[in-house]
Design a protein around this ligand. Structure first.
Ligand SMILES: Cc1cc2nc3c(=O)[nH]c(=O)nc-3n(C[C@H](O)[C@H](O)[C@H](O)COP(=O)(O)O)c2cc1C
Length: 352
């Protein structure tokens, strides 16, 4: 389905209200594909988003789900004290650090009942039995992977396509298991190297994601064997996106570095470097979703106050190149740009 798009561009699911039904519908209207983000929501809220997207487009779109990790209760006393000080600074109470399953079982039943055409999974593998049930209702299964080993595991559970995420990507790393090593001992792959490695071991369709921002980049990943490109950061400044005003303003300051941090949620994610990231990254434990809940009131208060220094400003490494355009225009521009880049590349051959 994703292999047969009019324009091989997919708008990334961006949880937290960023990828809105409007954004998905506009991308679909322009010939691309989109995933409604299911993370952090109750099943009722996700049903609302799917229903709203159906009202806005008769075209096909997918849903993205976070696969919960095992239940855990890590010792967070040290980190809790740091966040308590942040909470005082922003005049709020820290959140309650706890594990939850993100309503995953109920959301699975929802996408099965709705016969959603494509379901993508992030942060873990769906069970083989889940993949079989989805296949039985005609749903295609996509799994996000960040290493060749993860790609093999996703293929083994019966995934129909892989979302191949390079370390350039904005937002959370889609690593299947957060073993606490990153950043450090784990081997991290840039997108092109990862595509090459995975293409060598599987014939599954590959959706490339991470740092893609214009047509030439999309041409590059198509040439490297991907069937489509999934872009997140490139859509953050679209009027249809739910990006907060504070996040939008920070994205226009093209001088910030990006870095990968566990400080906000307990899982590695790439965002613009700010005070919170600088002060807490070195000590933040691998404790997702505990830290997500713990820091949420601080992040919300900072965003509401227009203070970018304690907000998770997710962004990929190419964020300074993002343009302000309505989503459908952006998809058209990306499509034309990719074609032009392919022609330019062709003309470099003597017989081209
Ligand atoms: C603000 C933001 C939120 C994201 N939320 C999700 C999500 O809910 N589920 C998911 O699978 N990926 C999520 N991602 C990662 C994207 O799927 C994708 O891998 C990434 O955006 C690609 O890199 P780019 O941002 O440089 O285009 C998010 C990315 C961003 C920037």
């Amino acid at each position: 389905m994703i292999a047969e798009l009019r324009v091989p561009v997919v708008v990334a699911p961006m949880a937290g209200g960023v990828t809105t039904p409007d954004l998905v519908a506009e991308v679909v209207r322009a010939g691309g594909f989109g995933f409604v983000p299911g993370g952090y929501l109750s099943v009722e809220a996700l049903a609302g988003l799917v229903g709203r997207t159906e009202e806005l487009t008769a075209g096909r779109f997918g849903v993205n789900l976070f696969v919960p990790g095992p239940e855990s209760a890590p010792d967070l006393d040290v980190y809790r004290a740091r966040i308590a000080a942040e909470a005082v600074r922003y005049g709020v109470e820290p959140g309650e650090a706890h594990w939850d399953d993100d309503d995953y079982p109920a959301k699975l039943e929802l996408v099965l009942a709705k016969r959603v055409p494509v379901v993508s999974f992030t942060f873990g593998l769906p069970e083989v039995s889940t993949v079989r049930r989805l296949h039985a209702t005609g749903t295609q299964v996509v799994v996000t992977v960040t290493t060749p080993a993860e790609a093999s595991k996703a293929a083994a559970v019966g995934a129909d396509a892989l979302c191949v995420q390079g370390f350039e990507a904005g937002g959370h790393r889609g690593t299947l298991v957060d073993d606490g090593i990153f950043p450090g001992g784990g081997e991290e792959f840039g997108l092109l190297a990862l595509l090459c490695r995975i293409r060598a071991t599987t014939g599954l369709p590959l959706i490339a994601t991470g740092g893609l921002v214009d047509g030439a980049d999309i041409a590059a990943v198509l040439a490297a064997g991907a069937v489509a490109a999934q872009l997140g950061t490139a859509f953050l400044r679209c009027p249809e996106a739910g990006t907060s005003a504070t996040h939008r303003a920070a994205l226009t300051d093209r001088t910030r570095r990006t870095a990968i941090t566990r400080a906000f949620t307990g899982r590695p994610a790439r965002g613009l470097v700010n005070r919170f990231l600088t002060e807490h990254s070195a000590v933040a434990p691998a404790a997702y979703p505990h830290l997500h809940h713990l820091t949420k009131p601080v992040r919300a208060a900072a965003a509401a106050a227009g203070d970018p220094e304690a907000v998770h400003l997710w962004a990929g490494q190419t964020y300074p190149l993002v343009v302000d355009l309505p989503a459908a225009e952006l998809v058209a521009r990306l499509g034309h740009g990719a074609r032009a880049a392919i022609q330019r590349a062709n003309s470099r051959f003597a017989d081209g």
